[in-house]
Design a protein around this ligand. Structure first.
Ligand SMILES: [Zn+2]
Length: 209
């Protein structure tokens, strides 16, 4: 068992279409175990293989609440047989940390898939499980949850999250700059001047080497 790295948008691998699984062996079951462990660690209610850089038609889901026993569901080579009704949920994605959006999905879904031993099954789902199945199945086709937003909202969503990312990068750069200018001076001053911004030192120019 191993926790795998979860790819984050805009990693291009998230846009790939997954290949069908043809061999149901121990290495497949190991992969499924890793996916489950990675999902529980995140934590999330679903994870698709492309999210860990494996371009295959596999996803795992567990929508059990915190006080309920875990209920791992494994879907290999899933096929959506029917979609009915509509429902809206505030969705997030492990490949897009921190961002959520209200997405319209089908309320009922009927799906056929295989388990980790290749055994076929059919399942009818509604509510959160139906949402999770549709969200994860999308990942196998390179589709991400915000692709379902109307064009104007999708633009605003990406713009907003780009800004947040840019802010984080700016803050990280400022922090590193501050560390670089502050560290040598503080070492010389024995730390007594810690807390003052570097720019306020009379000899500030000399500390910037
Ligand atoms: Zn997702």
């Amino acid at each position: 068992m191993a926790i795998r790295e979860i790819l984050e948008f805009p990693d291009p691998r998230l846009r790939e279409v997954g290949e069908p699984v043809t061999v149901f062996d121990d290495s497949l079951r190991q992969l499924v175990e890793d996916m489950a462990e990675t999902m529980y660690d995140a934590p999330g209610v679903g994870l698709a293989a492309p999210q860990i850089g494996v371009s295959k038609r596999i996803f795992v889901i567990d929508i059990a609440g915190e006080d309920e026993p875990s209920d791992l569901m494994v879907f290999i080579n899933p096929e959506i047989l029917s979609l009915d009704g509509t429902q809206q949920w505030e969705e997030g994605c492990l490949s897009f940390p921190g961002a959520t959006e209200t997405v319209k999905r089908a309320e009922h879904v009927r799906v056929r898939a295989q388990d980790a031993h290749g055994k076929a099954f059919e399942l009818e789902a509604d509510g959160l499980l139906a949402v999770a199945i549709q969200h994860e199945n999308d990942h196998l086709n390179g589709v991400l949850f915000f692709d379902h937003l109307p064009p104007d909202r999708r633009g605003a969503f990406l713009e907003e999250n780009r800004k947040e990312l840019a802010d984080m990068q700016r803050q990280a750069k400022a922090f590193l700059r501050d560390l670089r200018t502050r560290a040598p001076a503080d070492a010389r001053a024995g730390g007594e001047r810690a807390g003052k911004p570097p720019g306020t030192r009379p000899n500030g120019t000399r500390t910037r080497r």
